[in-house]
Design a protein around this ligand. Structure first.
Ligand code: 4NP
Length: 163
């Protein structure tokens, strides 16, 4: 039995139908490939509740599927309980970050909030752009950024846990 404490990660964007469910699916795949599913709780949510219950955007599902990720998350808004339940709450852009900081119920909770760009290998962007009003290239760019950041996030957690 695995008795070590689970790493609980919540990915957050605006609608929870493009960026954060893709981050969730990519990160889950990395965890499963490393046979570490028992060590993690992975979820995603949005700062806007208008897409509650929806599957990820069809364009994102299609782009993700072509890279081997099946996105089945149902959109939900961020809830106050998330600040207690998760260890890391990862915002896709500055607007998501600011909204989360305003929602955080305590200083301790606010310390859990990070920006996804903190895990980018490159320095060319410091946010994950919203692809909702972009063409197909926008979705591919988002997936490129998320694959890179998720790999680095996973490595940083494993490194810290082993330290
Ligand atoms: P997401 O993209 O925040 O990456 O899920 C969006 C999805 C929906 C909307 C905006 C961004 N919207 O305005 O409905």
């Amino acid at each position: 039995m695995n008795t070590s404490k689970k790493h609980k990660i919540l990915f957050v964007c605006l609608g929870n139908i493009c960026r954060s469910p893709a981050a969730e699916g990519i990160f889950r795949t990395i965890v499963e490939r490393n046979d570490a599913g028992d060590d993690f709780v992975i979820d995603s949510a949005g700062t806007y509740s208008g897409h509650r219950g929806d599957l990820p955007d069809r364009r994102m599902r299609r782009a993700a599927a072509s890279r081997g990720y099946e996105l089945t998350h149902r959109a939900r808004p961020v809830e106050m309980g998330d600040f207690f339940d998760f260890d890391l709450i990862i915002a896709m852009d500055d607007s998501n970050f600011t909204d989360l900081m305003h929602m955080a119920p305590s200083v301790e909770a606010s310390r859990k909030i990070r920006k996804m760009s903190a895990y980018f290998s490159g320095q060319s962007l410091d946010y994950v752009p919203d692809p909702y009003y972009m063409g197909a290239d926008g979705f591919e760019l988002v997936l490129d950024l998320l694959e890179d950041a998720c790999r680095n996030l996973y490595d940083s957690i494993v490194l810290q846990a082993g330290a």
